[in-house]
Design a protein around this ligand. Structure first.
Ligand code: FES
Ligand code: FES
Length: 167
């Protein structure tokens, strides 16, 4: 087993938004700080730093996780996705991101990357959610600006559009 020594930096190999990635991290470095400071992932927003606000949410092996509650070294061998994984390779926004824009589902945008990651994962597991289910999913995220109305509408509209495209 790898012995991690305080103060020493260790290589962490993982996949970041589809690309094999390696960077150095101290044993106690948070994944949120690692992604922002070592890899320039400015889309990782840090709010409360103790797992409450949801701003730092990413996917680890497809499961939403708080990067502020995860150690960087825990990313080793994992598949990490930030909000940029939702975009096409040419930078074109996803249908969900476009719906957020149409419905004015963001103002300052601080909560938005985390909410988009959770919402996309939610829609993949629940194709036809009710408004109540969307609101329950959003209970893991704090948005201080929007009142959530536009966010809920954007998620529900995306679910309806995807269902229409499937039928
Ligand atoms: S910064 Fe991680 S949950 Fe708030
Ligand atoms: S848009 Fe400002 S916190 Fe959500």
């Amino acid at each position: 087993m790898l012995e991690l020594k305080e103060g020493e930096r260790h290589p962490v190999d993982f996949v970041l938004n589809g690309k094999p990635t390696r960077a150095l991290a101290e044993p106690r470095m948070l994944l949120s700080d690692f992604l922002r400071q070592e890899l320039g992932c400015a889309e990782i927003h840090v709010g409360c730093e103790h797992g409450v606000c949801g701003a730092c949410t990413i996917l680890i092996d497809g499961v939403p996780a708080r990067s502020c509650l995860t150690l960087a070294v825990q990313a080793a061998g994992r598949n990490i996705q930030t909000v940029h994984s939702l975009e096409a390779e040419d930078g074109k926004l996803s249908d969900l991101q476009e719906a957020f824009r149409r419905h004015h589902a963001l103002q300052c945008g601080y909560c938005t990357p985390g909410i988009l990651i959770s919402a996309e994962r939610f829609l993949r597991s629940k194709a036809n959610p009710s408004e109540q289910e969307v609101r329950e999913m959003l209970s893991g995220h704090i948005c201080r600006c929007t009142g959530y109305v536009g966010i809920v509408e954007a998620i529900l509209e995306t679910a309806r559009t995807r269902a229409g495209a499937r039928s």
